[in-house]
Design a protein around this ligand. Structure first.
Ligand code: SF4
Ligand code: SF4
Length: 337
C-alpha cells in the first residue's frame, strides 16, 4: 500500500476505509482479495484506514472537500464519534459506499436496539455476570488526567445505519461481503462501470435460493429444528427439512456458501431488492410452508393457532430473523406500547 502520513501521495485517486461499530471483518474481506489487493494499490492511493494505516482524522480534515475518490464505510453508527466521522467522510468523499451489513442495515451491533442506552450501560457495567466492579464505576464523558482532559464519545440513543445519517452513493451487502463480490464492486468503481446511484454493488439478483444448489420440492414442514437437532439430507432444501434457512428472504450474490456447507443461510446479505423488512418476509415464508396438520381445512382461527404453535418453536425471533437488519427494518428496534 502506498498510503502514508499526511494524506497519501498525489496522483492516484484516494481510497479511504473507515470502521464505525464493527468487528473488522470488512477490512479482512479487503485483505482477503489476495493478489487483487495489488490491483487496488495500482488504482488507488489507499490513504486512510484506522485498522490498517497510520493516517489520522486530522489528515482527513486537512483535505479539501471531495478530495477522496471513494470511501468504503463499514460499521454501524453507535457513538457520536461514528456519526462525526460519517459526516466528515461524506464531505471529503466523492463516492461514499456503505460497505457490509453493519453500515447497510445495522447488523449485530444493531440488536442493541432491543434495549435502551441506559439498560445497555447498566447491563455492561453493573449487571454482567463476569464483571468485577464493586464500586459500580460507570464511564463518564470527560475526565481530567495529568496529560489533560480526556473526552469519551457518547453513545447514541439507538444504533443507526449509515443512510440514516448521511446520503450514501452505493451499498455493498454482506457480513462481511464475500471478497470476490467486494472485488466486483471495486472493479466497477475502477472501470467507471457503476450502476445508478443508490444501487447495491457486489450483489446478485433475486435471493440466495437462486444461487443455492439444493433442490426444493414444495414440501411443507411439521416442525422446526435448531441446527444441532438435525443432520440434513444432502442436496435437499434445508428449509424444507425444517431448518430456519433465510435464503428465501435474503439478497443473493454470496454464492450460497452456507447451505453448501450444510448450514442454513442466516441472512447476512439483507433483504432482497424490493423487500423492506427481511424478518417480515421470513415470517411470511414460514407461514407459507407450514403443514397445518390436523387443522387442515379448518377455519381461520384454528389455522392462526397452528401458526402460533409453529412459530413458538423459533427460539429467538429478533436474533434469528433480524440478526442483520434490525436498525434498518420497519421496526428499527424495540417498540414500546
Ligand atoms: S431455503 Fe436455503 S437451503 Fe433452501 S434453496 Fe433457499 S438457500 Fe437453499
Ligand atoms: S448464505 Fe446467507 S449467511 Fe451465508 S454468506 Fe450468503 S447471505 Fe450470508
Amino acid at each position: 500500500m502506498t498510503g502514508g502520513r499526511g494524506g497519501g501521495k498525489p496522483g492516484k485517486p484516494k481510497l479511504a476505509m473507515y470502521w464505525g461499530a464493527s468487528c473488522g471483518g470488512c477490512e479482512i474481506a479487503l485483505v482477503n482479495l489476495h493478489e487483487r489487493i495489488l490491483d487496488v494499490d495500482a488504482a488507488f492511493d489507499f490513504m486512510f484506514c484506522p485498522c490498517l494505516l497510520d493516517t489520522k482524522k486530522k489528515d482527513v480534515e486537512a483535505l479539501p472537500d471531495g478530495a477522496i475518490a471513494v470511501t468504503l464505510f463499514n460499521g454501524a453508527l453507535r457513538s457520536s464519534e461514528n456519526e462525526e466521522m460519517a459526516r466528515l467522510l461524506r464531505r471529503k468523499s466523492r463516492l461514499l459506499i456503505a460497505t457490509g451489513s453493519c453500515a447497510v442495515e445495522g447488523c449485530i451491533p444493531g440488536l442493541a436496539n432491543l434495549r435502551s442506552r441506559e439498560e445497555l450501560i447498566e447491563g455492561v457495567y453493573l449487571d454482567s455476570p463476569t464483571l468485577d466492579n464493586p464500586q459500580g464505576t460507570l464511564p463518564v464523558g470527560s475526565s481530567l488526567t495529568p496529560l489533560g482532559a480526556l473526552e469519551l464519545p457518547s453513545l447514541l440513543p439507538r444504533v443507526k445505519t449509515l443512510r440514516e445519517v448521511v446520503p450514501v452513493d452505493y451499498l455493498i451487502p454482506g457480513c462481511p461481503p464475500e471478497s470476490h463480490q467486494l472485488w466486483n464492486a471495486l472493479e466497477a468503481v475502477i472501470l467507471g462501470e457503476l450502476p445508478a446511484p443508490g444501487s447495491f454493488l457486489g450483489a446478485g439478483e433475486g435471493t440466495v435460493c437462486r444461487d443455492c444448489a439444493r433442490t426444493k420440492e414444495d414440501k411443507s414442514i411439521g416442525r422446526l429444528y435448531r441446527n444441532h437437532e438435525i443432520e440434513p439430507v444432502d442436496g435437499k432444501c434445508l428449509l424444507e427439512q425444517g431448518m430456519i434457512c433465510l435464503g428465501v428472504a435474503t439478497r443473493g450474490g454470496c454464492g450460497a456458501p452456507c447451505p453448501d456447507a450444510n448450514m442454513p443461510c442466516s441472512g447476512c446479505y439483507g433483504p432482497p431488492e424490493g423487500v423492506a423488512d427481511q424478518g417480515g418476509a421470513m415470517i411470511a415464508a414460514l407461514g407459507s410452508i407450514i403443514d397445518p396438520g390436523e387443522h387442515r381445512g379448518k377455519g381461520e382461527k384454528e389455522l392462526a393457532l397452528r401458526l402460533e404453535e409453529f412459530l413458538d418453536q423459533v427460539p429467538d425471533y429478533a436474533g434469528l430473523l433480524y440478526k442483520y437488519t434490525l436498525p434498518g427494518s420497519v421496526l428499527g428496534g424495540r417498540v414500546k406500547r
